[in-house]
Design a protein around this ligand. Structure first.
Ligand SMILES: Cc1ncc(COP(=O)(O)O)c(C=O)c1O
Length: 410
């Protein structure tokens, strides 16, 4: 049974924490999420009880670490429905995308081949492709967004052609929060023989993810956006594609053998992607986070966020000082501006009222051309948020005037 009041007790940051003397309304979950006690305990357990390296020691402590490390892979595999060998640990979405770009795309595409992305992508899903364009002469093309900023099947189909060899887009955009039709896009791309990488940073934490059903070729996501530790994430890839993917980093743990002649035999997938001592506490913490999310239920999480979004959009629509950019959104991301007030000033005022939101371009610098504004305020909700958080935001927006913003500093 989903009970937000009970859930909130699991999060120390929600128990009595205040900001600017007000109860904390944390509505910046697109940036990072709060951590439940079980994740904090899991990380502390590593520090306090079982500190040892992974896959390197032949003693009890190290073997305990090995076990948890590999159990995490099983938990991730269950969470996104794949084979455990298809789960490689990374430092986060950004690293995962770079790994796919330089490890797979760089060696499989050639000059003149096209990579399709959208105007709405986060910097992490733009800049690696730009670099490949410079380095190997691939061409970046953009799938046109619909009038309100969606990636639609029709628009994707119209952008697709024989030269497109790789498609990369966010399953949920980090500014407008629209859900992309991932399954349909993968099917169309595959008809043309193109591979698809999904940036799952804003989707995996909030929805059921089934990579087999979606039939995506790669998927990357970050633990810190789903109640887990920072500096931790996952790159999923179809097994045969991971076999063809070169690791970005080489070092201890990733090789089976090497000799003085420079001959190197790498370990099997996924271990060849995990060179060097990994973020072990991050891995153990991510296991706790995913188990926690599965206990809460991904369907419950999505449904709760949808309910809050409807309520928030409804309340904001009653105010005449608000410009809403995604009133028809699908997720807990609601993006707006307070009329005549610079978004960062407005966010500063909201902070003075206990409300944490993000302002600016949200690392999606191409989308600003589409939105016609450089800066917006993004409220991004998660399953521990309440109608009271929404009320606090709406009240702060209502009273957000130029006079009230004067003297507000970060
Ligand atoms: C859609 C999207 N992609 C990629 C990233 C980068 O994630 P990370 O900083 O965890 O690597 C973010 C972070 O906000 C994001 O929202």
């Amino acid at each position: 049974m989903f009970n937000v009041a009970e859930i909130r007790k699991d999060f120390p940051m929600l128990n009595g924490k205040t900001m600017s003397g007000h109860p904390l309304s944390y509505l910046d979950n697109g940036a990072t999420t709060l951590k439940p006690q079980c994740v904090i305990d899991a990380v502390n357990y590593f520090y306090e009880e079982i500190t040892a390296n992974a896959h390197r020691g032949d003693y009890e402590l190290s073997m305990k670490v090995d076990k948890l490390y590999e159990q995490t892979r099983d938990v991730v595999a269950k969470f996104i429905n794949c084979d455990r060998r298809e789960v490689a640990f990374t430092s986060g979405t950004t690293f995962g995308i770079n790994q796919v770009a330089y490890g797979y795309v760089r060696t499989h595409l050639k000059k003149g081949d096209v990579i399709l992305i959208t105007d709405a992508e986060h910097a992490s899903n733009v800049l690696p492709w730009f670099r490949l364009a410079e380095e190997i002469g691939v061409v970046i093309e953009y799938i046109p967004l619909s009038e309100n900023g969606r990636l639609t099947v029709e628009n994707f189909r119209s952008a697709m052609h024989e030269k497109v060899k790789f498609v990369a887009f966010a399953a949920v955009g980090n500014v407008l929060g629209y859900k992309a039709p991932v399954k349909e896009i993968c099917a169309i791309a595959h008809e043309y023989g193109a591979k698809v990488m999904i940036d799952g940073a804003q989707s995996v934490p909030h929805n059921v993810t089934d990579v087999k059903d979606l039939d995506c070729d790669f998927l990357t996501f970050s633990a810190h956006k789903m109640c887990g530790p920072s500096g931790m994430g996952v790159m999923y890839g179809k097994y045969e594609l991971l076999q063809e993917t070169e690791p970005l980093l080489l070092g201890g743990g990733a090789n089976a053998r090497f000799n003085s002649c420079g001959e190197v035999i790498l370990k099997e997938v996924p271990y060849k992607f995990e060179a060097g001592t990994q973020n072990i506490e991050g891995i153990i913490g991510m296991k706790a986070a995913i188990e926690y999310l599965m206990k809460v239920g991904m369907e419950n999480i999505a449904a709760h966020e949808k309910e809050l979004r409807t309520y928030l959009v409804n309340e904001l629509s009653k105010l005449d000082n608000v410009i809403l950019y995604n009133p028809d959104g699908d997720t807990g991301i609601v993006t707006f501006n307070v009329k005549d007030i610079f978004s960062q000033d407005a966010a500063g005022y909201l902070s003075s009222q206990g409300v944490a939101v993000r302002s600016g371009n949200h690392c999606a610098k191409i989308l600003v051309e589409f939105l016609g504004t450089d800066d917006t305020i993004r409220c991004s909700m998660y399953f521990y948020n309440t109608k009271e958080d929404v009320d606090a935001l709406v009240e702060a927006v209502r009273t957000c005037t130029i006079e009230n913003c004067i003297g507000i500093f970060f």
